[in-house]
Structures are given as C-alpha cells and as structure tokens.
Design a protein around this ligand. Structure first.
Ligand SMILES: [Zn+2]
Length: 310
C-alpha cells in the first residue's frame, strides 16, 4: 500500500512540476523567432520614410535618439518622435553627443547615459533601452548602463539566442549598398527563423541610388525629385557619374522613368535602380509576413519580455 501512496506522490509531483514549467513565461517564450528593426541616430527619414512603411504593414520599429542632435538639420524633431511613440515605436537612448563611450572617463559615460535618458523622459518619452555608439562597449561602460537601462544593443553581426547578454544585444546592418544585397538580408531572416532566434536589424538614414542617362541641367540639393510615370517622389542628395542618390519619400522609382527636379527642372532617364532602402524595408516585412507568419516583429523592450529577460 505504501508503495502506491509513494507512487501517487511521485506522479503528483511530476504533474505539478510540468504545470509550473508551462506557466513560467521564460520557458514558453525562449524559442520564439523574433525580428526587430532599429534606426540609429534619429534621422528624419525614420519619420519621413519608415513611419508610413511600418504603419501600412501594421508593424512597429525603434528609433535610437542622440538627444544633442534632436531638432537639428536632417534629424528628428520632438514632435516627430512623439508621433512615432504614439504609433507604438520604441524610443531608445543613443547618448547625448554620440561619443566613443569606451574612450571616456566613467564620469563622462555616466553623464552621457543618464542625461540622454532624463532629457528624453522630460520630453515625454518612455526610455528603457540603450544603443551603444559605434557598437562599442566594455565592462566599465556596461556596469554604468546597468544603472539606467534594461539593455544595451551592440553590433557583432550575430543572432540573439535564449542565453543572450541583455547588455550586449547583437545586431546586423540592414543597409543596402552595391555589395550588401536584399538576398543577404533575406538569408539572415531565414536563419533566425530556422534557429528560432532573435534577429535585430540596425539602420541609419534611409536612402536610394539610381543610375540615369541623358542628364540635362543640374539638380539642386534637397529639391524634390519626381519620377514619371511611376509617380514616385524623392529628395535629392547628390549625384556623381550618373548615379543619383536621394531619399525615397514615396513610391518605387522604375526603370524607364523620367527623373525631374521640381525646382531646377534638371532631368534624366532612369536606367537602373542600384538600391532603394525604402522599398527594401517593405520587401523585408512582406517577406516575413508571407513566409514566416509566426515570426513576430517587435520592439527591443517587447523582445526582452518575450525572451524572459528581467
Ligand atoms: Zn550612432
């Protein structure tokens, strides 16, 4: 009889242990494949380009703000950051003046990290997480970060797994260039999904490059570019050797379009799209939605929650 009572206890014990395990959030959520999009430095393109892209896909991203650059040329202003926060974007701290943290005295590191957070909070933003400048840290910097932030994001071109160090989150660049292609970015998404890991993308200013021919006239810095017949609109940055660089404000410029500067009247014929980071962001999100509907796109703070981090 004793043996049966003992067995009952053992079975009861096992069942309760299984029950407890199932209720523990960290053990449920450790293996979710996750993707996060972070835009470093707080460029205005977070608002003028990325905001609509994420909104139209029903997703959110993160903007990492250098408080000393807010309200200056090419960077976000406070009301634009407010709109992003209202949309569900996470506002991250990226220091006050963007110094190399490792090169500073501990007092200066403390000032950069505490003041950027308190300034953002005084503007009405909820700030919990940090992005390291120049993807650099060391043990002394991390110790100070721990006092003010839940996490710090670094570079390292790696995925984050359940044994992550939250003060050393890994990230990949998702910026395009002549050598960094869409296929590379998609394969990172594939890998994060198959390995059930957390992929954090980092980006700076969003731009595009096209090759044109038959150029006439000279474009004016920051003028609007019209692409017809596609209807796309851009903001001119510069051109060199028939390659025009611009901010892709809306639409997708197509081969065969006529590119016209709205102020200068300068024009050319679009021969080739070298890259378009606006279109690429849309393509990445659609790729995830289509191929991996259970792969969630989250903010850093939500990602930490799902990974069971304190
Ligand atoms: Zn930066």
């Amino acid at each position: 009889m004793n043996r049966y009572i003992c067995l009952t206890f053992i079975i009861f014990f096992i069942l309760s242990a299984v029950g407890l395990k199932a209720e523990n959030p960290s053990s449920i959520n450790n293996n979710f494949p996750l993707v996060t999009f972070v835009f470093d430095d707080g460029y205005e393109t977070d608002f003028t380009v990325a905001r609509d892209i994420f909104k139209s896909q029903g997703e959110v991203a993160c903007t990492a703000i250098v408080t000393g650059w807010v309200n200056t040329r090419n960077f976000l202003n406070i009301s634009q950051i407010s709109e992003l926060q209202k949309d569900g974007w996470e506002i991250l701290s990226h220091t006050v003046s963007h110094p190399k943290l490792k090169a500073l005295t501990e007092d200066r590191v403390e000032a950069e990290l505490s003041q950027s957070k308190s300034t953002l909070e005084s503007w009405g933003f909820n700030v919990k997480n940090l992005v390291y400048t120049y993807n650099g840290n060391n043990a002394a910097v991390k110790n100070i970060v721990r006092k003010y932030y839940r996490s710090g994001r670094n570079g390292h071109k790696m995925l984050n797994s359940s044994d992550l160090d939250q003060y050393d989150l890994k990230s990949y660049s998702n910026e395009l260039s002549t050598w960094h292609k869409m296929t590379t970015l998609k394969s990172q998404i594939d890998l994060a999904y198959s390995e059930k890991k957390w992929l954090i993308f980092q980006h700076h200013r969003i731009d595009a490059k096209v090759k044109i021919s038959d150029k006439s006239g000279a474009f004016i810095f920051e003028e609007r570019l019209s692409f017809q017949p596609s209807g796309a609109v851009g903001q001119y940055i510069k051109d060199r050797w028939s390659v025009v660089q611009f901010i892709p404000l809306s639409g997708n410029p197509q081969v065969g379009d006529t590119v016209t500067g709205r102020s200068s009247g300068a024009s050319g014929k679009l021969e080739r799209v070298i890259y378009n980071e606006g279109a690429a962001l849309t393509e990445m999100i659609e790729y995830i939605h289509k191929n991996y509907p259970d792969m969630r796109i989250v903010t850093i703070d939500k990602g930490l929650d799902l990974m069971g981090m304190p």
